[in-house]
Ligand binder design. Sequence first.
Ligand SMILES: [Fe+2]
Length: 395
Amino acid sequence: MNQFFAELGRTVRAQWKQTNFSLAQFPSIARRAFEKRPPSKHVDVPALMREFLLDDAQPFQTQSGFGQPELIVFDDPRFYIQILFWLEGTTDIHQHKFSGAFHVLAGSSIHSRFVFEQAEPVTAHLRVGNLRMQETQLLPTGSTVEIISGSSQIHALFHLDSPSISVVIRTHSDPGTGPQFTYLPPHLAVDPFYNDALTTRRKQLLDVLERTHDDAYADLVAEMLRELDFERGLFILQNCLGHLRALDCWDECAEIFRKKHGRLADFAIPTLDEIVRRDGLVELRKSITEVEHRFFLALLLNVPTRRDILGMVTQRFSGPPEDTVMRWLEELAELSEFGAWILDAEIPLEDHEAIFAALRIFVYGKKGRPSAMSAADMKHLRDVLLLSSLRALLS
Ligand SMILES: [Fe+2]
């Protein structure tokens, strides 16, 4: 058992006991314990990994699929300390039904906080509403953040380095604070632990039809959508999204869903479109290996406005942030005689210089247009960018 974490656990237990194990006090006790003896300053990660591999005297390990992986380094009936390795970048937007604090042991992350406004339950496992980002911050190694259970803290982490390693001091479960909703922007909250077995099997059966290229696929999905309630129809639509698009039947199925569910569908359809956009960007990030470009893509995925993106760039890179962003755009651009591809933005304008002159106007926040570009082309460029991951640069 790692001595540093055994000691940290004992300290937290002793201090929490003094408050009669008050749940409200636990996050600040955990945070202060991290701040007093930061694991990022005191833990030798390779030595900790070696010890975990060779020493059998370890705390009880869970079956949790969270983390890549999760190691338990201290356990107590009331709380435990876990180390989470992250090889991929992103966690879903979520809330917790436990409380405590987390600490960035290695790497760095973008941390975003959200509120879910006008929340309206549809079932016990599904809510509609408006997810709004409140703030985004860069968490360098050594940062500590309290975790509050329930919907007052909705957040997401995007890990910039691989691996990123965090340490969490957390309760097992806080009564009355579930479900531990996952938020799908801009309008849905779903309980990721809810399992409707019949729907799961139906999705799997539809996947069989997809993989065997069955002609009946789209018609069957359409028939299901005419019959199913909102929650199950939504999950079927989400599952079939990619294949329906490939078959060019997405618009038709979305229309059937819209007719059946009226205003509830207005929450669902934009959310499904956003899932496609985010999945595309995450895929793109896997294929981009240059560290600075991965950082830029992470910002485009997680930070909604130009001003905030430039602020983040300033925290990590010297020089005017606008120059850095322009350099990245130029490096990422694939030019052809028909136009330019930048990430997921296809710009069908032949004059490359005019494209970059226009991008400069957006990135530097100036008004107007380059003299070489007509007003119609400028509007067209703006429309293309608004549909792409570069849209944050225009807001
Ligand atoms: Fe979290």
